[in-house]
Write a protein that binds this ligand. Structure first.
Ligand SMILES: *Cc1c(COP(=O)(O)O)cnc(C)c1O
Length: 360
């Protein structure tokens, strides 16, 4: 059995090199006589793993010293609640709704205060990013919230919103480490790692230090308070040790590949192969406004449900897996994260050409 080209939106493809290394170290991590899965999170060995992971992440993203890096649990969906619990001091926040994940974060915030929708692309099934250059930002808003890359719909903010001086909180789950970003533009950046970094079970949050305080909403659980996690170096309780270890390996792999500038170049190259084909095809169509296209998630349709289903089934038989679109959009979606090799995208386009010829 060989490995397939896995276009899943998440959990998603990981670098083969990383998986092989992890396999080599499975029974005996570097002479410790045990697997990383079996060791104490208070051990010296694990301390090195988590510290190294943080250091490499800081190098990759050029994270300024006044930002903390937290390794959290509960998925991005738990962070939807942590954000208002920790940051909604005035109990007001502005949300930009560009898809289901932003909407879910907004609905969570509504439980804790007044969350306002200041822009939305719901009118056209989230197929574009609204103009955010002059939004009606609330005067007393504690933060402005975006989902930077919309995993389901395949759009990405190419320009950050003008928050009129308010801090920006961004869910980057599906574009984390796909290209460089300027952390200083944000108050907080976070993402579940299972899209572009590692195994499910870890959320990485990068938060400006002055936003990490004891002044949180009443009733905020200890575990969901940024300060608890920051003060304990993400070791307040048992962290997802094995997941953090794999993330650390992926950070090292990214550094070896040439860092995020290089990943951006590669990701642009890969996406161009697929988008160029979609633009020239008579059968397949991209579903997203061209200027807002994501480099990571590429949805497309034939316009015929039965033909879409046939495509997904035949692609699977050809070793191109998980191309079915999200249940809310239908059609197809190819997620082409960092670890998807260019050959995978080339194979997909070859297959699409062949399918088009046979189904005219
Ligand atoms: C997948 C995803 C989520 C949800 O992540 P969980 O870790 O499953 O809670 C949130 N936001 C974005 C952008 C996602 O892609």
């Amino acid at each position: 059995m060989g490995r397939v080209y896995n276009f899943s939106a998440g959990p998603a493809v990981l670098p083969e090199e990383v998986l092989r290394e992890a396999a080599d170290e499975m029974l005996d991590y570097r002479g410790s006589g045990m697997s990383v899965m079996e060791m104490s999170h208070r051990s010296k060995v694990f301390d090195e793993i988590i510290k190294d992971a943080e250091k490499d992440l800081r190098d990759l993203l050029n994270i300024p010293d006044n930002y903390k890096v937290l390794f959290l649990q509960g998925g991005a969906s738990t962070t939807f609640a942590m954000v208002p619990m920790n940051l909604m001091k005035n109990r007001v926040a502005d949300y930009i709704i560009t898809g289901q994940w932003a909407k879910k974060a907004y609905e969570e915030a509504c439980k804790y205060g007044k969350a306002n929708i200041v822009a939305s692309s719901a009118d056209k099934t989230f197929s574009y990013i609204p103009d955010c250059s002059d939004l009606p930002i609330s005067e007393d808003a504690d933060y402005v919230y975006i989902c930077e890359n919309n995993t389901i719909y395949g759009t990405k903010f190419k320009k950050l919103p003008n928050t009129k001086g308010k801090i920006l909180v961004s869910d980057v789950s599906s574009c984390f480490l796909s290209e460089p970003m300027n952390i200083s533009d944000y108050g907080m950046v976070y993402g579940g790692v299972q899209k572009n970094i590692g195994p499910a079970g870890v959320v990485i949050a990068i938060i400006r230090e002055d936003l990490i305080t004891d002044d949180v909403l009443e009733g905020t659980p200890t575990m969901l308070k940024f300060k608890t996690q920051a003060d304990a170096g993400s070791l307040y309780n048992t962290p997802p040790c094995y997941g953090i270890y794999i993330c650390g390996k992926v950070f090292k792999w990214l550094k070896k590949m040439g860092g995020l500038e290089e990943m951006k170049k590669r990701n642009e190259e890969k996406a161009k192969i697929l988008y160029d084909f979609l633009d020239s095809s008579e059968l397949f169509k991209g579903t997203v406004a061209k200027e807002d296209r994501s480099l990571m998630n590429v949805p497309f349709v034939t316009g015929d449900k039965d033909l879409d289903a046939k495509f997904v089934a035949e692609a699977k038989a050809a070793g191109l897996e998980n191309l079915k679109g999200h249940r809310s959009v239908g059609g197809m979606r190819a997620s082409i994260y960092n670890a998807m090799p260019k050959e995978g995208v080339e194979k997909l386009v070859e297959f699409m050409k062949e399918f088009e010829k046979n189904n005219k």
